[in-house]
Ligand binder design. Structure first.
Ligand code: SF4
Length: 166
């Protein structure tokens, strides 16, 4: 599946340009992305989950590694053998057991953030299994939505650009 541009944030001024025709709503208890996707874990994700009392061997799949070009990104989150879902997806409630502490890749999905100089371009992965894409009750992508859901990430990049460290 391809990806589609939905927004650009100017990291200096925080002005946002969006595609007003796209809407999104994560469908409660759907959990399809928890089965369909392989999730990369950053070191920070592993540390945060370990702080909840889990051991890395319980949730890190050291046989699956992600690379960007020749750069190692991280290992994958473990899938359970009986239904190929993430080990943290509760099989009874279909909810994530570590939702408030989920890895960055899960937080971002279905969006992809790509920095180009002083601009952050946001794309959406048009995965056919995700019923939230252009959902009739979906919310358009606006500056308010981006700041509400991803304000900490945007602020981090904004600070780096304003301070000249990026
Ligand atoms: S597949 Fe889409 S709608 Fe379903 S849980 Fe994942 S993001 Fe939400």
């Amino acid at each position: 599946m391809g990806k589609r541009w939905v927004a650009t944030i100017d990291l200096e001024t925080l002005e946002v340009e969006t595609d007003p025709t796209f809407k999104f709503k994560c469908v409660e208890d759907c959990g399809r992305c928890c089965r369909e996707l392989e999730v990369p874990l950053r070191d920070e994700d592993i540390e945060e989950i370990e702080e909840l009392g889990y051991n890395a061997w319980e949730f890190v799949d050291y046989d699956k590694a992600f690379y960007r070009g020749d750069k190692f990104i991280g290992y994958a989150i473990k899938k359970r053998p009986f239904d190929d879902a993430c080990v943290f997806l509760d099989p009874e409630t279909n909810k994530c057991r570590i939702y408030q502490h989920r890895p960055l890749a899960c937080r971002l999905y279905p969006f992809v953030f790509i920095k180009h100089g002083k601009k952050m371009k946001i794309y959406v992965k048009m995965d056919s299994f995700c019923p939230g894409l252009n959902h009739p009750d979906g919310e358009p992508i606006t500056k308010e939505l981006l700041l509400r859901e991803y304000g900490d990430i945007i602020e981090e990049y904004h600070a780096k650009v304003v301070n000249g460290s990026s």
